[in-house]
Design a protein around this ligand. Structure first.
Ligand SMILES: [Fe+2]
Ligand SMILES: [Fe+2]
Length: 507
């Protein structure tokens, strides 16, 4: 123990002489007592309410008051400092009662030699209890911090507001602070947009208009954290500090304060401010806060990147659709007989997919595949495409290359899966009788199965170079006849329902 250690002593004693005697022995023992003597209940209450004490030394019997009553008040106040009874009148049995009631020790006034060792021992014990309490509290903090961090990393689907709100509230909670805010720093490092204040900060704040944008140049302590790019901790807000600029009238009173900046590529991007923790802010508070800000920043950056990807994907898709439409138009100029064929197949295939209850993406892919499914006919000589008479077997073979050629063209364009594959398979048949691969059953993509039904119905319903239109009824009879044989039943049924029950018509 240091020489002249300052000791805040509350003395409950009606005799001023006895109190001074006690103070003198404390001085002799090397303490520097900062003491107050109280002898009534109101005096004691006031002393407990207005000041912090290191030890209470109480007489046992006072006129109108006593050691046990003082002990009760000490317990009600929730203190854990040594409470020692010093008395000339106390008997052994009463002393034991006092110990049972919660006093740490008792010393007879006629045995002053025992007093100082008792005080030393009890102060040490109290210090140990305090350290243990702090350690337990730290452990509890650590646990709740880890849980909160884990939760933060699991909030992948939360909105930005939810994330920021969670960060602010959790930081305040797990750092045991009364107040918290998180601010976003502008790119030029000139202003801070207070993103969110903890609910408690908002309740206690009476500043007019509650400003949300702050000039960093004019800011005091938290501004310093941004300027110095490091955490600032002030555990005694009242003490002089060159960077402190105070706070506006109506602001919640500050006792302790901590500001932690988050730096990304040498630029402060976020700042968190916490205030009025019960204990001092320490290194682990800074670490924890930094981790939290980092989690929040990663989340915000990821969201920004996702938004960017979404926008460019949409752009890419729009460009692609435009290109596909141009290619389709080119094809139709070479082959006037099939003009409009792809467009009509696309419309019917899309309706079939919808009727089957497929997802939006699948429907979209089917629509796009329909629009270009015969693109491979580009490489088939025009005179074969428009030949009004029966085709020779070589000409048939030539025509049959179009799914593969289409696939090869589309594969280069990197279209969303499985547009190219659906084009490759649109002449495959459920029973393996189709081309080019002779796939069977489930080997054929659902997209291709739908396209093949729509393709056949359209082809039979409209004119072909080699024959006039057969009409929609003949086309539907073909689907009924080969349902489950060459056409997938669900696709065939959906197509039949569309025409027969839902009055689908080709435009
Ligand atoms: Fe085709
Ligand atoms: Fe076709």
């Amino acid at each position: 123990m240091n020489d002249h250690e300052r000791l805040r002593v509350l003395i409950v004693e009606d005799s001023e002489d006895d109190a001074l005697l006690l103070v003198r022995s404390l001085r002799q023992a090397g303490y520097e007592p900062d003491f107050q003597r109280v002898e009534t209940e109101p005096e004691m209450r006031q002393a407990l309410e207005t000041q912090e004490w290191d030890i209470i030394i109480s007489d046992y019997k006072l006129p109108g008051f006593g050691g046990l009553a003082a002990l009760e008040m000490y317990k009600t106040a929730g203190l854990d400092i040594p409470f020692i009874i010093v008395s000339g009148t106390i008997g052994e049995d009463v002393a034991v009662d006092a110990m049972v009631a919660g006093a740490h020790d008792y010393v007879m006034k006629n045995n002053p030699a025992r007093l100082i060792p008792a005080i030393r021992r009890e102060l040490k014990e109290a210090q140990l209890r305090k350290v243990r309490r702090q350690a337990a509290r730290e452990l509890a903090y650590t646990e709740s911090r880890q849980k909160a961090l884990l939760k933060l990393y699991q909030m992948a689907d939360a909105s930005r507001e939810e994330i920021v709100g969670f960060v602010v509230e959790e930081c305040q909670k797990v750092n045991d602070s009364e107040l918290a805010f998180v601010g976003l720093i502008s790119d030029d490092q000139s202003v801070m947009h207070a993103h969110l204040w903890s609910n408690r900060a908002m309740e206690g704040c009476a500043i007019d208009g509650k400003p949300m944008v702050f000039d960093i140049k004019k800011a005091g302590l938290w501004g310093e954290a941004i300027r110095q790019k490091k955490a600032i901790v002030v555990n005694d807000y009242e003490a002089p500090n060159p960077h402190k600029k105070g706070y506006p009238a109506g602001h919640v009173a500050l006792a302790r304060f901590m500001a932690v900046p988050l730096i990304d590529r040498d630029r402060v991007v976020l700042i968190a401010g916490l205030a009025n923790k019960k204990d001092s802010y320490n290194e682990s508070d800074i670490t924890h806060m930094s981790l939290f800000l980092e989690g929040m920043w990663n989340y915000m950056e990821r969201r920004k990147a996702e938004e960017g990807v979404k926008v460019s994907a949409q752009k890419l898709r729009r460009n692609l659709i435009g290109t596909i439409q141009v290619i389709s138009m080119m094809l139709e100029t070479r082959d006037p007989y099939t003009a409009g064929h792809q467009r009509r197949v696309s419309a019917l295939a899309r309706s079939i997919a919808q009727e089957m209850g497929l997802s939006g993406d699948v429907i979209d892919n089917i629509r796009m595949a329909g629009n270009i499914h015969d693109i491979g006919k580009m490489s088939v000589p025009a005179e074969v495409l428009v030949k009004p008479t029966r085709l020779s077997s070589i000409e048939i073979q030539l025509i049959r290359t179009h799914p593969r050629t289409g696939y090869d063209i589309l594969k280069v364009a990197d279209l969303p899966y499985p547009i190219a594959e659906a084009v490759l398979q649109h002449h495959e048949r459920l029973d393996g009788s189709g081309y080019p691969q002779g796939l069977k059953g489930d080997e054929i993509l659902i997209e291709a199965c739908i396209l093949s039904v729509a393709d056949v119905v359209e082809a039979m319903a409209f004119n072909r170079p080699y024959r006039p239109a057969l009409g929609i009824e003949v086309a539907l009879e073909e689907i009924v006849r080969n349902r489950g044989i060459t056409y997938r039943p669900e696709a065939a049924d959906a197509c039949l329902r569309l025409f027969r029950e839902k009055s689908f018509r080709f435009e």
